[in-house]
Write a protein that binds this ligand. Structure first.
Ligand code: NDP
Length: 308
């Protein structure tokens, strides 16, 4: 049996990383792969919908990242095939470092000094300190938990919100829809590291964001469709929110005419918060390949029902 890699961005780094772990792996590259009945495992990112119908002996499909929203939206996703994703400490650590950078940039308002620099203006300003703010993390999974604990180490007062409650020393984790308003009421800096599901789509809307205290700041590193862009812009212009840092967008690349580009209080980054490193995740992919082949329990299984 063989493994196929489906990635419009290129397959070479993935082939080298997988071969490094197991030189004997039979690896094929979409769309040039033939004899698709020999494929038992697909490693994929942003695949063209409908293609899995051509792989009659597929046992497992692995996302090339932590997210599976694109994968699960395929109307022709074969029902009998298991779906797995990647959970990687490096991916989580990169996210934690990125979120820390965004928060520090916000507390010190470094963007404002950069603008003043372009006009040669020397003008000191007050700033916020780590102890002045409470950070609320939406999504306390593999990545969110790491973000929370790294921020805690840096001295932040951190809270979390997830579907189910969790015990994390020093961090209150609110759970479910009932506890969401209380979580928002207490959050000065809101960070979404949620997966995109039917329940989280549009969750960063006016009704919810209004529950944040005045001058709260929003960071979205989860998925773009969680945010209603117009609601964010309205709440910033009304002075309820102080600004936002967005790394993910409903349409990527962000279209040139999107309102978010021109917002002075919104930072836009091109989905670079944390990038999967093929070398770091290759061992778990190879492990899952053999587990699927031998009918053993898989790692990092995705629930189609929950959507993550
Ligand atoms: P996990 O599946 O490990 O964690 C998901 C978390 O979200 C869990 O804590 C889960 O709750 C919570 N959650 C899911 N649905 C709800 C809901 N309806 N209400 C409340 N909480 C909910 O995922 P990861 O941490 O690995 O990744 C999270 C997301 O981060 C990815 O899906 C992806 O969208 C995004 N991401 C973005 C990147 C970037 O570069 N911008 C890079 C990597 C990932 P519970 O624990 O109770 O199940």
């Amino acid at each position: 049996m063989a493994l196929v890699i489906i990635n419009p961005k290129g397959v070479e780094p993935w082939i080298s990383a997988l071969k490094e772990v197991d030189p004997d792996l039979d690896i094929r590259s979409f769309p040039n792969d033939t004899n698709r009945d020999e494929i038992s495992f697909a490693l994929t990112w942003r695949h063209p919908y409908g293609i899995f119908k051509d792989y009659p002996n597929l046992k497992c499909i692995s996302s090339m990242g932590a997210g599976v929203d694109h994968l699960l939206r395929d109307p022709d996703l074969p029902k009998q095939v298991s779906i797995v994703r990647l959970a990687d400490p490096y991916l989580a650590q990169d996210m934690a470092e990125f979120v820390l950078a965004l928060i520090m940039n916000h507390l010190r308002d470094l963007n404002a000094f950069k603008i003043k620099q372009t006009e040669s203006i020397w003008k000191p300003a007050d700033y916020l300190r780590i102890r002045d703010v409470k950070v609320g993390i939406m999504g306390m999974g593999a990545i969110g938990k790491r973000v929370a604990t790294e921020l805690q180490k840096a001295g932040f007062n951190v809270m979390g919100w997830a579907r189910t409650s969790k015990e994390i020393p020093g961090i209150t984790v609110y759970a479910g829809a009932n506890e969401f308003p209380k979580f928002l009421n207490e959050t000065d800096i809101l960070v979404s590291v949620l997966p995109l599901t039917n329940e989280t789509k549009g969750i960063l809307n006016k009704k919810n964001l209004q529950l944040l205290p005045k001058n709260a700041f929003v960071i979205n590193v989860g998925r773009g469709e969680q945010l209603i862009d117009e609601d964010l812009v309205t709440l910033i212009s009304e002075g309820h929110l102080s600004g936002a840092s967005l790394d993910v967008f409903t349409e990527e690349p962000l279209p040139k005419n999107n309102i978010l580009w021109k917002q002075p209080r919104v930072n836009v980054t091109p989905h670079i918060a944390s990038l999967t490193n093929p070398t770091s995740v290759a061992p778990q992919i190879v492990d899952n390949y053999y587990r699927a082949k031998e009918g053993k329990p898989l790692l990092n299984v995705v629930s189609r029902e929950k959507g993550y």
